[in-house]
Design a protein around this ligand. Structure first.
Ligand code: FUB
Length: 339
């Protein structure tokens, strides 16, 4: 929700009107990536902390240092915080800003994927491994070769292949890359040009590296045309997620500065994906970031807002709400607060 609307919000009663209360309130958590592993719901969020770093458009005030894993018995139960699962001090290649993570499970091992900034100020994505879904996770000594930008999301397809989606503009640095190559000269396209696109790569069998050159995934409109950079209500900004429903692949993402969670539908993990609509209208706070997870035949959106911190952009709380795929395949749009 835009910053200038914040002064009109009644924070004291906001969570009474919200479709979900914060799942935990003893720490700030954001960017929830939820998975149903072995009959239990696990949430891999960012762990937001107070920071004296001033607000800027690069998100420097998002100064997170570690990850905690949350879990729930079922959709109605209390979320448990399992404590620190990975700290930046234990990651040899990373210096700061442990942003939105995700996790995957294969053959009894759990993999935590996370972006962080290196000492040179460039984001890469790392992976850390554990025998337990709650960690502690042991990081690989180096970031994933060829990785860049932020917001990894790993999707396990029904044939046992795993794909990693990533990318985010502005502070997420995606605008500095073309064809997987960084140049400080690169900037965002002009409004009338095609928007920057999220990136996908298949993972190797051990889930530790890219098995192929990362590729862009196309997000197109109803006429099959790529969404333009100036189409701020629909173009990709950050927060990739993939889920599959009724044989269709749903790629969902945040539009960043217009604060929507949107989705686009495709026939395979590489797309193209055709824009389908909004899943979530703006929440309180600048960022919006989500995941979608099936639990016992129902689908849930995990998301965050800044209700608990009374609107502080970088102090967010994870929430969840049921979503509905309609007969025609579209997802019903959620409004996060009643008026
Ligand atoms: O939490 C830091 C950043 O804010 C995430 O990486 C973005 O998706 C946004 O939620």
């Amino acid at each position: 929700m835009p910053e200038d609307s914040i002064e009109h919000i009644d924070f004291e009663n906001l969570n009474d009107k919200a479709i979900s209360k914060p799942l935990v309130s003893h720490i700030y958590t954001a960017d929830p990536s939820a998975h149903y592993f072995n009959g239990r719901i696990y949430i891999y969020p960012s762990h937001d902390i107070e920071s004296d770093i001033p607000f800027d458009d690069l998100g420097s005030h998002f100064a997170m240092e570690d990850y905690h894993v949350l879990s729930l018995d079922n959709v109605n139960s209390e979320a448990i915080d399992h404590g620190v699962a990975l700290h930046v001090n234990d990651v040899a290649w990373a210096e700061k800003q442990m942003w939105a993570p995700d996790a995957a499970h294969k053959n009894g091992k759990y993999y935590l994927y996370f972006p962080a900034k290196k000492a040179d100020g460039i984001f890469q994505i790392g992976v850390a491994v554990s025998d337990n879904p709650i960690g502690p996770f042991k990081p690989q000594p180096e970031a994933i070769k060829g990785s860049y930008s932020i917001d990894p999301a790993v999707y396990e397809d029904e044939d046992g292949s795993y794909y990693i989606y990533f990318g985010g503009i502005w502070g997420g640095q995606l605008q500095k890359y073309r064809d997987n190559v960084y140049s400080s000269e690169n900037e965002l396209p002009k409004p009338e040009e095609n928007a920057l696109l999220p990136i996908v790569a298949k993972l190797t069998d051990d889930l530790l590296e890219f098995a192929e050159e990362p590729k862009e995934i196309k997000i197109v409109d109803e006429h099959g045309n790529l969404i333009l950079e100036g189409d701020n209500d629909r173009r990709f900004f950050e927060a990739s997620w993939l889920h599959k429903h009724n044989g269709k692949y749903y790629f969902s993402y945040s539009t960043g500065d217009t604060h929507f969670i949107c989705y686009a539908i495709g026939d395979n993990p590489y797309g193209p994906f055709t824009y389908g609509g909004r899943i979530l209208e703006p929440v309180v706070g600048w960022t919006s970031h989500h995941s979608i997870c099936q639990v016992d035949n129902k689908w849930y959106l995990f998301y965050h807002d800044s209700s608990l911190s009374k609107g502080i952009t970088h102090l967010r709380s994870v929430k969840m709400a049921e979503i509905e795929h309609q007969e025609d395949g579209h997802i019903k749009t959620l409004t996060p607060y009643s008026s």
